[in-house]
Design a protein around this ligand. Sequence first.
Ligand SMILES: [Zn+2]
Length: 125
Amino acid sequence: MSRVYAHKHTDIVVQGAVIDLAVGHYPAAECAAAALRALHPGLRIGAILRDRGMLWLDVGYETAVYPDDIYDRVLEIVTDARTLSAWSCAVDGRPGWLVNGAGGPVVLCPVCQTAAGMEVRRHEA
Ligand SMILES: [Zn+2]
């Protein structure tokens, strides 16, 4: 899914960027790309990472001069994507909760928690 995302968004994703995107968080990353593209043509995604089970985007600007007037909106877009990922199962994108999985914090829906042999829990991580 990460490779698909990078190929689809070559206009906004920096070449060689680290893209580590959970399948279920793809829609949140799609919304962020669309919002960033609409906000300013100079914005670039430098990385997409899984941070404590949630989506995180590193966003930069193509030149050293970052327009001050869009900074707050960029933070809002990144935060919205992160919040959406906190409620979206990393496996299938269904509504889920941030829980402590075997490999650390992960967002999983009840079905995926059960499939992983876990007792169904809501936000705990
Ligand atoms: Zn799931």
